[in-house]
Design a binder for this molecule. Structure first.
Ligand SMILES: O=C(O)CCC(=O)C(=O)O
Ligand SMILES: [Fe+2]
Length: 339
C-alpha cells in the first residue's frame, strides 16, 4: 500500500497516496529525453553572432560570467527553501495578496489551467515590491530579491541591447520593448510527486516575456522542444539559462524563436528554481510586420481569456497577421502562358 507524503508544507492535494491519483498518462515522450547541446555564452565577452544564432535556432542559451555573486544565489535558494518549507496554511495566509503572492498547482497564478501542475511558488511583481512593501512582512526576502533582480535587469539589458543591434531596432522600438521595472520574479518549488509519469512540474508552454532568466538547483527536469522532440537541459552549477519569450519573437518579426519548454515531475527529489521575466511597459505598442499591433496589457488579457476558455495558453497565434493564401486561380495567373 502506498504511503502518503506527510510534509505539512505541501499543498494538501500533493499529499494523497499514489493509489488515489488517477491522472491521464501524459505521453510516452515523458520518458527522460536526450540531452540538449545548449549554446554557452560568456556575458563579459558577448559574441553578437553566437547570440543571434542561439536566438534564431533554439531560442535558448546558457550564460556564464554573468556577474551574479554565487553567494547571492546561494542565499536566495536557501531562503526560498526555508519560506516554501513553511506550513501550507501559513504560506496561503501570509502571501495572499500584495506584491508577493503564493500559488500552487498552476503557473498562471490567478487562473486554473487544465491540468494540475506539480509545483508551488511565490510570484513577485517587482514594480510593487520596491519600496512600498513592508520590511516586517518580507524581511530578508525582499532585500535579497531586489539585490538579485538588479543583476537580472543588468543582464537582460545587456542581452537586449546586443540583439537590438542585430535586429536593427530603432530608438523608439528599443525604448518600447523593455521595461525592467515591470519585471516579475518567481521562486518555484517542485514538490516530490507520487506519480511522476502522470504529471508535469510545469506544463509545456512558451513564456509571455521578452526574455526569461532561469537559475536552477542541481536536480534537473527542465526540457525544451526542439525539432519536435523533448530534450533535457542538464543543470550546470554557476550558470544561468536564458530563454526567449513570445514578445521577443514579435519584436524580431519571427526571426527569433520563443522556445517551448516544460518541467518534468520528480518522484524522488524536490527541485527549486528562480525565474526572472522581463517585459515591455504595459501600454507600449509593439510593432511588427508579422503580428498586428498590440500592447502587453492586451496580450495578457488575451492569454487570460484563452486560459479561462480552453484551460491553456494559445499565445501568439491570436495576434498573427494571416497572409492570404494564394488561390489556385491566382497561381494559374502567375504562370506565363505557353507560347
Ligand atoms: O523552473 C524552471 O526551470 C522553468 C520555469 C518556467 O518555465 C517558467 O517559469 O516559465
Ligand atoms: Fe517558462
Amino acid at each position: 500500500m502506498d504511503q502518503p507524503t506527510t510534509d505539512s508544507s505541501y499543498p494538501p492535494l500533493f499529499l494523497t497516496p499514489r493509489s488515489h491519483h488517477n491522472p491521464t498518462p501524459k505521453s510516452t515522450s515523458l520518458q527522460p529525453g536526450p540531452t540538449l547541446q545548449v549554446p554557452l555564452l560568456d556575458l563579459q565577452h558577448l559574441h553578437p553572432n553566437l547570440l543571434s544564432q542561439s536566438c534564431q535556432n533554439l531560442g535558448l542559451f546558457r550564460l556564464t560570467n554573468h556577474g551574479v555573486p554565487p553567494g547571492l544565489s546561494a542565499r536566495l535558494f536557501a531562503l526560498a527553501k526555508e519560506i516554501l518549507s513553511r506550513p501550507f496554511e501559513s504560506k496561503v495566509a501570509k502571501f495572499a495578496d500584495g506584491a508577493v503572492k503564493y500559488f500552487w498547482g498552476t503557473p498562471a497564478v490567478t487562473l486554473s489551467v487544465k491540468d494540475l501542475n506539480w509545483l508551488e511558488g511565490l510570484h513577485v511583481s517587482l514594480g510593487r515590491l520596491a519600496p512600498a512593501a513592508s520590511e516586517a512582512q518580507f524581511g530578508d526576502f525582499r532585500n535579497l530579491a531586489i539585490e538579485y533582480c538588479v543583476h537580472m535587469a543588468r543582464i537582460s539589458r545587456t542581452l537586449f541591447n546586443t540583439v537590438a543591434n542585430d535586429l536593427n531596432l530603432d530608438v523608439e522600438q528599443r525604448a518600447a520593448s523593455l521595461s525592467e521595472s515591470n519585471g516579475i520574479f518567481r521562486i518555484y518549488r517542485y514538490p516530490i510527486c507520487p506519480h511522476p509519469s502522470g504529471y508535469l512540474g510545469m506544463e509545456a508552454h512558451t513564456d509571455s516575456s521578452v526574455l526569461t532568466i532561469l537559475n536552477e538547483d542541481d536536480v534537473g527536469g527542465l526540457q525544451v522542444l526542439h525539432e519536435n522532440a523533448w530534450f533535457n537541459v542538464v543543470p550546470v552549477p554557476g550558470t544561468l539559462i536564458v530563454n526567449l519569450g513570445d514578445l521577443m519573437q514579435v519584436i524580431s518579426d519571427d526571426r527569433y524563436n520563443s522556445v517551448k519548454h516544460r518541467v518534468l515531475a520528480n518522484g524522488i527529489a524536490e527541485r527549486l528554481s528562480l525565474g526572472y521575466f522581463v517585459f515591455p511597459q504595459e501600454d507600449s505598442v509593439l510593432r511588427s510586420s508579422t503580428y498586428r499591433q498590440f500592447t502587453l496589457k492586451e496580450f495578457r488579457a488575451q492569454v487570460q481569456e484563452d486560459i479561462t476558455k480552453t484551460g491553456s495558453k494559445v499565445g501568439l497565434k491570436q495576434f498573427k497577421i494571416e497572409k492570404p493564401e494564394l488561390s489556385k486561380n491566382s497561381l494559374k495567373h502567375s504562370i506565363l502562358p505557353s507560347t
